[in-house]
Design a protein around this ligand. Sequence first.
Ligand code: NAD
Length: 358
Amino acid sequence: MKKKIVILPGDGIGQEVTAEGKKVLERVAELFGYQFEFDTALIGHQAIEATGDPLPPETLDKLRNCDAILFGAVGHPKYDNDPGAKVRPEQGLLKMRKELGLYANLRPIKLFDELLGASSIKPEILKGSDILFFRELTGDVYFGKRGRENDNQTAYDTMIYSRYEVERIAHKAFRAAQTRRKKVTSVDKANVLESSRLWREVVQEIGKQYPDVELEHQFVDAAAMKLIQNPKSFDVVVTGNLFGDILTDEASQIAGSMGMLASASVGDSVGLYEPIHGSAHDITGKGIANPLASILSAALLLDISFGAKTAADAVIAAVEQTLRDGYRTSDIADANTSKDKILNTSGMGQAVLDRLKH
Ligand code: NAD
């Protein structure tokens, strides 16, 4: 197998964790006899500093001409406290998703048994949780009309969805459910929002084409509660951009830490793989970021974009073995973790590499 992979480290800990994800891909290539050609490109604050543009045309060009993308994160404190800034790192991310037609974000929330104690939720409620989120990425309030009026005294964002946007992600969710426990939960706010009523109507129509899959609807407020109360009741969850953004961060607590969750953004062409966390300014440069979400993103890349399921499973098994051997980064350590088992970012990356086998 010969493939071109673009590494987009971005900002903050994005730089630190993608370095470890890349090492894992390099080792996989050696072990499995694949030829991976790597390139890197600028995005986010880094790109603004270098070119004035959060997604420079050279980056977009490289992304359009590769087989898969391993992305870190974008964001910088400078913009977080300056809501009026005209050019912002996250514009690069939103534009990239739009330009590459990445309309579905897949977020597997799977708990490693070794981390049952790291979550703030009781182990007996968590054990066995395995949820696959499909968050719509290119619609909703993030792309609807927005503005200020009334002399800056009023601001608005428009929640907007079109039928085709709901149809295509609903198909992806139902197909995924067919290979899992055959249940789709569609999350909306159809009791209040018109865009949610269209969402529900379309999901119901598409659901009829998948009679082997059970379909249930939940309002987002109830879903937020049930995720914590009974996470095992969910299999595949499909939802819009805003609700998905919030619910998947909430669900990260099921996996113990933001540093454990990988995601895949897919559409009709190249796939993009990234941790769900951001650039984490509070720990940037300290070398303590957990690289496992980036490493698990590399596993998703192998599986979804390259169809290399055996290699992907080998990466996941190496992560599992590392955790079983007691190694932790500080975000997933608990009172029982001895000090000598707490690793820094590169130490954790190395521990996974040491356990990676064909
Ligand atoms: P964040 O995800 O960066 O961090 C939230 C908390 O989780 C922090 O305490 C952080 O230290 C911790 N954390 C996150 N990843 C970790 C890891 N790998 N290992 C250990 N601990 C980890 O979210 P935030 O603090 O709300 O945002 C910081 C910046 O990131 C902002 O500028 C925001 O806009 C940006 N952001 C970017 C993305 C993205 O690029 N996809 C997503 C979310 C936030």
